[in-house]
Write a protein that binds this ligand. Sequence first.
Ligand code: CMC
Length: 452
Amino acid sequence: MPNAKAPQAIETNDQASTFLNGKNSLTITDNRTGKQYDMRIENDTIRAMDLRQIKVKDDDFGMMTYDPAFMNTAACKSTITYIDGDKGILRYRGYPIEQLAEKSNFLETAYLIIYGELPTKTENEEWVYNIMTHTLVHENMKKFVDGFHYDAHPMGMLICSVAALSTFYTDAKNIMDPSCRKLQIFRLIGKMPTLAAFAYRHSVGRPYVYPDNDMSYAGNFLNMLLKTTELKYKPNPVLERALDVLFILHADHEQNCSTSAMRNVGSSHVDPFSAAAAATAALYGPLHGGANEAVLNMLDEIRHKNNVPAFIKEVKEGRGRLMGFGHRVYKNYDPRAKVIKHLADEVFEVTGRNPKLDIALELERIALEDEYFIKRKLYPNVDFYSGLIYQAMGFPVEMFPVLFAIGRTPGWVAQWEEMLLDTEQKIARPRQIYLGHDTRDYTMMGKRTQKA
Ligand code: CMC
């Protein structure tokens, strides 16, 4: 019988008494020493720091967990977004994504995500006014964007111009001042479409278009992208609404790669523009926000639906991935992909059917019947059909992750603020398992031997 140890009293809080009675606890036996440890269970979780008491010798560092890519580690408590990956459920502040996509609009959803409740009429008017009067950027920003090479990727330009906002708004450093944070949130959400549109106009060699604050958020974005010589740009209402819904669907997705970047970088207490630039950079990667661009490139490569079986075979043999399929959290159909599939029909009625849709439908049909994808629970994710809509609307593929970034900005700022106000949070600093050399003496260059 191992040396039974009394449960460790960790902290006094409302759960402590139950914990001391042995309920809501996990007992761990260290077979190296025979000692037992009781860990408090809270929200089906034990605290990694509680493991540090597990030692063989008193001067040991103590036990850690090893979790590359954070497969099973909760790094924060959050009240913003709920996902049940097995059931394919996504809710912002409790509201199902399907209802928000049908009944809400992007700015109202952004308010909900940031402040926790749907706005009243007055709150909404004030909020929309504040966002739409922060859409203009400093004139020097035009010179800044002008400096990019003619074929610069718009996402690269967006990363840099979001970071540059911190040089125009030096007050943004006052992150502990609530009114200052509020102002930066207006600025970020307001200016993202302007910066994105400037990047696009630069890449097509057209003059920048100033925001038109009489229009809706999505309508104004289309205006800044597409206006030519007309006095007043009039967006197609179906396309304007479709873009707004796409922004809603992308608005938050709990602790994904870019949001974690926003929280991690923000945890050093840098200004939110610098943190948002890091989040935008994380989103650029083909495994995250760059996936919608990769889907279109993949469909181009497949060329015809008859080539789908051969492509699937290659994927199964480990030569490439089926882009737009699979998700770290969803092991079911991504609920956002379902909404987007319906939205595609509405958009194609206006724009004409994207011929690549046939290839995508065939890919989905074959993959969902294939043992490889079934076994691994790989289903279409948000990026599988969104690119087809964006392309039908006339966006070049390079703009796809940029559109994702605009939609995700409310989520980034809400999660950033939640992190700052969470008294348990500190600067993010993971541990490592060091497996390198032990100490060794410096060798002079002449005495070093060539490595094979
Ligand atoms: N095509 C083929 N096989 C796949 C795919 C795919 N798209 N995704 C995962 N797998 C296989 C993978 O090879 C592995 O197989 P095995 O067990 O035999 O080694 C298994 O499924 C598990 O994959 P994983 O890479 O361990 O899963 P993950 O949770 O680390 O990766 C993912 C999630 C989204 C990065 C991945 O599914 C992927 O690369 N998908 C394609 C890119 C994509 O569509 N990304 C957009 C994600 S949704 C929007 C966003 O978050 O930005």
